[in-house]
Every structure is written in C-alpha cells, then in structure tokens.
Design a protein around this ligand. Sequence first.
Ligand SMILES: [Zn+2]
Length: 293
Amino acid sequence: MTRTRLALGALISAAVLALAGCGATDAPSASWHGSPAPSGSTGGGQDGGAQARPISDSTAQAATGKPSATPSSSAAASTSASPSAAASSAAPSDGIIRQAGGAQVALTFDDGPSADTPKLLAMLRQHNIKATFCVVGVAVQEFPQYLQEIVKDGHTLCNHTWKHDEKLGKKSADTIRADLQRTNDEIHKAVPDAQIKYFRHPAGNFTPAAVQIAAELGMKSLGWTVDPSDWNTKKWSGDQMTQHIISNVRNNTKPGAVILSHDGGGDRSATLAAYKTLLPELKQQFTLIAMPV
Ligand SMILES: [Zn+2]
C-alpha cells in the first residue's frame, strides 16, 4: 500500500515536472519575473528541437495541461483527432480548448497590452482579421487605452492572470480566484462591459483547480496547438527570430489551429515583423477568427 502510494506520488511528481518543463513554452517570463524561464524549464531541451515538429509536439503537450502518454500526439494529431466543429462549446474532458472550431484558425496574442500592441492592432485592422488577446492585469493597468482599442476592434479577451504567475494554478483556491477576479476587475475598469470568456494559464500550466475556478468565473480555458516560441529571445533575435516565427507558423498551422504568439512581455518587434508576412498568407489559406464569445 505504502509502496503503491510512493510509486503513485513519484509518478505524479514526474508528471508535474514534465508539465512545468513544457509549460515554459508560453510566457516571456523574463519580463515579468526578471529572469528567463524558471529553473526547471526545459527551455534548452525543448529549444534543441527548434524545428517545427518537436516544438509543436511539446507545445501540444503543454497546451494539454498534462504530460502526454502518447508521444505521437502531435499538434497535427490533436487537431485532426477532434471532429468537433464547435470546439469552443464542446471542450475536451480536461476542460481546455485547443481548437478554433472546424477549419478555422485562431490567432492568440499573450502578455499584453504593451507599447507594441497598437502596431499589431493596426496590422490586424488592415487585413480585417480578428484575434484573441490574453492580457495580463498589470499590463492592462499600465495600458488601459490599448485594452480599449482591442475591444473596440472586436477582438476577444482572455484573462492571463494578474502578473503572469506561472505557478498560480498550484496555489490555494482563494488565491487563484482572487488573482483571476482582480485581473477581470482591471479589465472592466478600462472597459466596463468587456466580455472575458477565456482564461489562459501562464506557461500553459493549467491545473484542474485553475480550470474549475476560471469556469466558475465564466471563463473557458484556452490552450494552443502552435507555438513559434517568439518568447524565446535568448535563442533567437532580430531577423533570425522573425524567420523562425514565420517558418514555424507556416509549417505547423493546420485547420483548427490555435496559434500562440505575444504582443507583450518583451521586445516584440520580431513578432510584428513576422506577422506582417504571415497575416496575408494565413488569411488566404484559412478563415481566421477571434475565439467566439
Ligand atoms: Zn504568457
């Protein structure tokens, strides 16, 4: 019995560690925490497989919110495995949405708003593309006017916690609830009637408690299937980063994809440059949507 419990405990610990590692895929934590990805991060390991498929795999795993038992569960597999056209209303058993819906593709931008947000908004406007913005409370506090522009342009809002706490999901229910509520309150301070129907845990570190509390606050948990790692400014910069983002998104985006990128949390000039190229291409190939509210 004891032995079984110990074994189970070890298994769970391993699972949690694995999750923490993959989870570092989101999040330019550097800007929020003053250091690159947390020490347990597999930033190096994951980045070692910088080419499309490995990143995609680890990303899908991160977005799943649990270590995958099937190494073959790639982003492509998870995308095509779900026949549901109305993914947003038919969430998988873990409660995390990873499908834009049918053949549609959702662009999601995290960690803003920031000084770069208006530039991204202008590009989206130019192409008449709607996206989803996972905003951080302290960033909303700093740039309420950009939050207002996001809403005015018809994009969807997503709660990305008060100050990008990558460990929030493991804290007490009261702490999680207070953090998410404080973030929603800050959003409503900027836009009183804003609808906040989505929650994305920083670094994809969703926990059942966080997913449940978000649901109690009226928010569906939103994962992703494509992560071009535009947060990893330690590995790529400048034009190299731009080209990396472009090729990663080109290679991995499939019908139903939810693409993770960042409009805040650090220097986003490479992301902006990449999307200048990507937006017209993606628009031609896919129907780009804001996650439905
Ligand atoms: Zn983030």
